[in-house]
Design a protein around this ligand. Sequence first.
Ligand code: FAD
Ligand code: SF4
Ligand code: SF4
Length: 492
Amino acid sequence: MTREELDLEARKTLESLPEELSVKDRMAIDVCPMPSQDPAARCRNMDEVALGYGEDQAVLEAKRCLNCKNHPCVDLCPVGIDIPRFVGLVAQRKFAEALDVIQESSLLPSICGRVCPQENQCQKNCTVGRAHKSVDKAVAIGRIERFVADWARENGVSTVPAVAPDTGKKVAVVGSGPASIAAAADLRRAGHDVWMFEALHKTGGVLVYGIPEFRLPKKLVETEIDKLRQMGVHIETNYLVGRTRTIHELMEEDGFDSIFIATGAGLPKFMNIPGENYVGVFSANEYLTRSNLMKAYDGKDAQTPLYHARRVAVFGGGNVAMDAARTALRLGAENVTVIYRRTRGEMPARREEVEHAHEEGVDFLMLSQPVAITADETGRVNGVTIRKCELGEPDESGRRKPVEIEGSDYTLPFDCVIVAIGNASNPLIKMTTPEIEVNSRGNFIVDEATGETSIKGVFAGGDIVLGAATVILAMGQGRRAAAAMNRYLESR
Ligand code: FAD
Ligand code: SF4
Ligand code: SF4
């Protein structure tokens, strides 16, 4: 059904409901399906896949909420949005008021409503889902949140958070991903002079260079960053902290009173198998950055060449692998195969992302470990040698370990390989500020309660602390550090 048809269905259901809804009435309403582009069409365009609820769908979905007193949903939202209150306002068609409630805790509802893994966060313990014994039946909090943000944008309802009087304190925020955006907003709200330094020419971190346009339109990210500008945050791009200026220079020479570092986990990991240096092998980071940030797909506006490939192999089973595989299809590949060493049940990617990839025609080769990449005489990739695996005993993550089957190797033809097996943190700031303590994986060690690093006044959060995590966890860390920085600055 089209978006309009689904919304009309919702209107009919709303009209059939009694004025006052009992718990039983609310529990009897089915989850509103998300309208989306047809898989056959969308696998060749960059437009957004999920189209978002219409007004009646959002209201109907909101009416499923029981307004629980103990609100288990809020406890699992890393930024603590007052979910029952905003959802209740949507049920009354008070969309602008709902936005105000969300914005008390989050500046990025249009983004989180789209990319939060809600089934593991706010929706995980929703009473409605638990009563139906399925997280899929939980109130679709993320979709309602997205609706509110989209409605506000489409109707010109935009509120810029108020800023307290000038405190005379100068604060630097390093990086411009979700952790930094959340921290910069809270620090500026408190009245500090906030400077954001970003290494790339565009702000937004993984939101702009990693997550593809068809899941998160970049215009939305720009709108949110503009809000920071309107609040008075200074934003400097092409500014690599550790090279342009070091942390010490910022503190000791440039007059910054405190610094928040959220430089993410942008260093790709490789498998260290033969052939990873051949032409046509990309890290998922590079591949997605070429497509998202440098618009490789966009003929006239492309800022980087597109690597034309017919048969693409993607190594890995997480969300990044799904994004890379779906991007490869959209960039014109005839066949894309995800190669993963465990089975579908152990894949870390969100189920919805795997289903979308499958619907769009991505193939999955499970229980398969790439052991070598082969190339022709010019050094261009022409195949991948794969070893079959079987599942063994569970490892520390609780998932059954893949065990390679000796003598089972075979080679399949591919002309491009994308390695999506994870990222580590960038070592530059650590190298230029050795006093910052890091763990064995290179992640910054911080005080759990405040986010402060081993240097007084220097705080950190997001993926540089957590390792590759999620947008909303990064934002939660940004908010926590900003609160601690406000206290620190007040005490000085
Ligand atoms: P980042 O977003 O990584 O931002 C860090 C920024 O710091 C970057 O802009 C970088 O250029 C800049 N920087 C780095 N070093 C320096 C320096 N020395 N000086 C100045 N600037 C610097 N999470 C979800 O919740 N849902 C999803 O659907 C999802 N999909 C993902 C898809 C992909 C392809 C990837 C890679 C990640 C995805 N994630 C997703 C994870 C999520 O995007 C990250 O957890 C989140 O962006 C981390 O935020 P951050 O602010 O810590 O860092
Ligand atoms: Fe749920 Fe994410 Fe929204 Fe929090 S920010 S309510 S976790 S969708
Ligand atoms: Fe509503 Fe579910 Fe939260 Fe209860 S747990 S308040 S039903 S969203």
